[in-house]
Ligand binder design. Structure first.
Ligand code: ADP
Ligand code: MG
Length: 702
């Protein structure tokens, strides 16, 4: 059913690029798998966004005598003589020349008959590759391309070099993208004509083609008009999707919560501290939203430990005071359980009935919980995000709180909003997000910032430790344990492989165990939930001194007694992630330490990242720097590190486009909220291009 609706609704023009990768000539199921992994999607369209990171310019065609060493050139030469390899490990050489000089082609381990066919004596051939000099003689080892005059147009090009993954060569990728490009449709323009003209941007299909056929090195720059246009398209799609959701939300009537404060006051009497100014301000903003007739859609941004949970609890009680239910959704099982434990006591004290529901509740027990939620017997429900993905029925859900937004994308938010008819939504994120980026992920949500920590927190002493000093550090830790300190030990992230993460953590555990015995524990993502809980429990109770972990502890876990965190291979983590991890300590009143263990030599960016961590604890500063570091450096070479969640957009080059796209999206929604004008139709196509089709469905359903 699902696919049918989609097929019906997808703009016809996109058919050719919405097909599976395997429909491309030369792409079989095996290649398709690798390609999909590389470009992040199974469709021809996904390939189009995979931008080259470098070029090889084969347009340089000097005479042989002028061919410079170390440079790539395309030469036209005559084949003079073959020198087959005398022994297996010696190269096969072919002497060629033009009227100015001679050059030797060098092949290792090549088949004689193949070379004879490729280079018939006396024939003129075109060769392209890197020139080298050996004992004064020009050489070209293994030319990249060989052909005859007829092949010239194909050889003498600017060749894009793509980011690759194992299993895919640049040639395969180039061919696949070349084939995809032949199917790129001409689409109706969705940009504002005046804006496009002023910016001197090309049409979409020209921009896509230019992306893959950069005319020269400047074609790779994010400031190139083609790349600017495509980045703008991407921003516009995102901003438009968010604006559409927001528009719907605004029309959506919520309900006015005018509670009598009874439960909230009880809670405030129960907790042993008073709220910070930032918490109070945030609560006022929430209460104002809740009192209004319109549905609330508010984001709370607050650094780890800033005290978001209590704010959420108060908001939930405000809903319960009015006789509705409230739900709190956490991204992981551990977190849901922890919220349940911490808040459970508080809710008990207020006499509020609450249940906890996660994937672990099965069978009869689950049925019972579902029943309590359906009947309204449960006033508060705490669970994982899956609460909303499954078909769970509430009696009357007044407020949904989503914790830790950074694992909860725009799509899920749309899903959430479309499910809940008159539900207020509060999203909490511990990831400090720079203001510019707030736009990309949260669009028109209202934002509250808790930018003040509860009093009495001591700064976390952060130190950079070279891996060679690890043993000394462990000696130091042993002394700290004597004093009763508790330690997190986070193991390196192995690229894209949870399995490898686990192996690394396991190894570290085995190294530490002989020394610390059963006072060291291990926790990782491959363990069963109840195994994880058992280990976590022991750490919380102080039965373990060291908890070796993969990044499963990243989010939200609260053990105030833990005062030391060791992060191994810290250079492999992003700033935001390091910040999250460090936030696991410094939660009590004791002084805390963070040891960032790194393995040199460090790249310039890695050095900067680690020093920022050492120098500041302010999440908002760290986030800004993170963005700047992402936008520069490490783009060429390894991975393309664009904006998180974006295919083409880069900061800081495209920063201003984002604001422009936001304004554009607002204007569009003001004038044509249903996207019914010709430009609106074109914009629908844009939404499909960036897979925001859920928004369109959502629009229709309302
Ligand atoms: P986060 O924002 O990371 O979710 P939490 O809500 O878990 O932070 O709060 C961290 C700790 O600070 C908790 O133990 C909580 O009880 C405590 N806390 C929250 N607000 C205050 C406050 N105003 N004064 C003192 N402690 C507070
Ligand atoms: Mg939290």
């Amino acid at each position: 059913m699902e696919t049918k609706t989609k097929a019906l609704m997808r703009p016809f023009a996109l058919d050719t690029i919405s097909r599976a990768l395997t429909t491309l000539p030369g792409v079989g199921p095996r290649n398709a798998k690798f390609l999909e992994k590389l470009v992040g999607g199974p469709k021809v369209m996904d390939l189009l966004w995979h931008a080259p990171i470098d070029i090889i310019d084969r347009r340089f065609t000097p005479p042989v005598k002028d061919a410079p060493a170390g440079k790539v050139a395309t030469l036209t030469v005559r084949v003079d003589k073959h020198f087959p390899s005398a022994r297996r490990n010696l190269p096969y050489r072919i002497q060629c020349s033009d009227d100015t000089a001679s050059i030797t082609l060098v092949y290792f381990h090549a088949r004689k008959d193949w070379l004879e066919k490729l280079f018939p004596i006396g024939q003129t051939v075109i060769i392209s590759g890197k020139i080298e000099f050996y004992q004064g003689q020009a050489q070209m080892p293994h030319p990249d391309a060989v052909g005859t005059e007829e092949d010239r147009a194909q050889i003498q090009t600017v060749e894009p070099i793509y980011p690759l993954t194992s299993g895919i060569t640049n040639n395969t990728l180039r061919k696949a993208i070349g084939a995809a490009l032949t199917n790129v449709p001409v689409l109706d323009e969705w940009l504002d004509p005046a804006y496009k003209k002023r910016e001197k941007w090309p049409d979409w299909h020209d921009a896509i083609k230019a992306l893959h056929a950069p005319p020269g090195p400047n074609g790779l720059e994010p400031e190139h008009p083609s790349r600017m246009r495509l980045a703008y398209d991407e921003f516009l799609a995102g901003q438009l999707a968010l604006a559409l959701v927001r528009h719907r939300e605004q029309r959506k009537k919520g309900r006015a919560f005018n509670g009598d404060n009874s439960l909230r006051n009880k809670l405030l009497e129960t907790i042993p501290f008073s709220l910070t100014g930032a918490q109070q301000r945030t609560l006022q903003e929430i209460y104002t939203d809740m009192k209004s007739e319109l549905a609330m859609l508010r984001l709370i941004q607050g650094d780890v430990g800033s005290g978001k949970t209590i704010v959420a609890a108060l908001a939930m009680l405000a809903a319960v005071e009015c006789g509705t239910q409230a739900a709190l959704m956490a991204p992981t099982e551990i977190l849901a359980r922890q919220h349940a434990e911490n808040l459970g006591e508080l809710f008990d004290a207020c006499g509020v009935r609450h249940v906890t529901l996660t994937g672990r509740d099965k069978g009869k027990n689950r049925e019972l919980l579902l029943q309590q939620i359906r009947s309204g017997a449960a006033q508060i429900v705490i669970g994982t995000h899956s609460l909303f993905q499954e078909s769970i029925e509430f009696s009357d859900l007044g407020l949904a709180v989503v914790d830790e937004q950074h694992r909860f994308g725009v799509h899920q938010r749309i899903q959430l909003s479309s499910k809940s008819k008159a539900t207020d939504v509060l999203v909490m994120t511990a990831t400090p997000i720079p203001r510019t980026l707030t736009l990309t992920s949260y669009g028109d949500m209202d934002v509250s910032r808790i930018d003040e920590k509860p009093p009495g927190r001591k700064p976390i002493d952060t130190r950079l430790i070279p891996a060679e000093k690890l043993d000394d550090m462990v000696d130091g830790l042993a002394r700290q344990i004597q004093k009763g300190e508790r330690i997190y030990w986070v193991c390196p992230l192995v690229e894209e492989s949870e399995f490898m993460d686990v192996a690394a953590a396991q190894e570290r555990y085995e190294i530490l165990q002989p020394r610390f015995g059963d006072r060291v524990g291990l926790i990782h993502g491959r363990m069963k939930p109840n195994e994880k809980d058992t280990v976590m429990e022991k750490f919380i109770k102080g039965e373990l001194d060291i908890l070796v972990a993969t990044t499963v502890i990243e989010v939200g876990v609260n053990v105030p007694e833990a005062t030391i965190i060791v992060i191994e291979h810290a250079e492999r983590f992003g700033l935001a992630q390091l910040h999250q991890l460090r936030g696991r300590v410094g939660r009590g009143s004791d002084k805390s330490y963070c040891f960032l263990v790194y393995k040199g030599p460090l790249s310039q960016t890695a050095k900067e990242r680690l020093s920022i961590m050492r120098d500041t604890e302010d999440g908002f500063i760290i986030a800004e720097k993170d963005l700047d570091l992402r936008g520069s450096g490490e783009i060429l070479g390894t991975k393309q590190s664009g904006l998180p969640g974006f295919k083409l957009a880069h900061f800081p080059a495209h920063k201003e486009l984002l604001q422009a796209a936001r304004d554009d999206a607002r204007l569009i929604i003001d004038k044509d909220p249903e996207l019914k004008t010709p430009r609106g139709e074109a914009l629908r196509t844009l939404l499909y291009l960036f897979e925001m089709d859920q928004t369109i469905k959502y629009m229709r359903s309302g």
